[in-house]
Write a protein that binds this ligand. Sequence first.
Ligand code: URA
Length: 244
Amino acid sequence: MERLQKIIATSGYCSRRKAEELILAGKVKVNGEIVRELGTKASYEDVIFVEGKSISKKEDKVYYLFNKPRGVVTTSHDNLGRKTVLDFLPEDERIYPVGRLDYDTTGVLLVTNDGELTNLLTHPKNHVEKTYIVKVEGILLKQDLEKLCKGVVIDGKKTSRAKAKIKKIDKKTNTTLLELKIYEGRNHQVKKMLEAIGYPVKKLKREKFSFLTTQGLLSGEYRTLSIKEVKKLYQEAKQESSNH
Ligand code: URA
């Protein structure tokens, strides 16, 4: 069960704030009854009408796995006119990225019109594993690797458990390549974690999101997820939220 305004916003009908206005104005019906209470909860299976239009009429869901190139923004629009991930995907769908990757980060990005799955996967309680390959400046010391695993303070709050291992040390270029698995999705998390222990990130790639990889996809290419993969993502998202 979710708050009604969230279900309406998730359907893509309007923003959450606008949905609240519509509820207060008596413009929302759940299973045939007008609802005016802002705290009301409903389920995605309920029949919901907003301003006389059904929002529960399920639009076909689409799920894309995109191999994001460098130099592309993850937002739907960019005021500076830079390329967005949506420029690479079929145009006619009301789709949006699940979470963010930085402009210069490459790799696995999920893009969908499924608001429920997006909410599950991006909810702070969710701990889906994200695997990053990170190239940093400097030779990473063992004790610093441990710090990453135990948690470092970024934006005044300690990061939760992580897994890190060194893949390659290059003394000539004074860089280290490492694999970092994190279970949160804070803003610029990987860069900030490494910055916090003194190793600026030079290159960042998300190699895996849960079990999904970019295998078979060139940079800038996408594929649709199979029904089996979508089911598995739902399972993992729900499981991860209830385990923590
Ligand atoms: N962490 C970052 O710092 N940047 C990303 O794009 C993803 C995770």
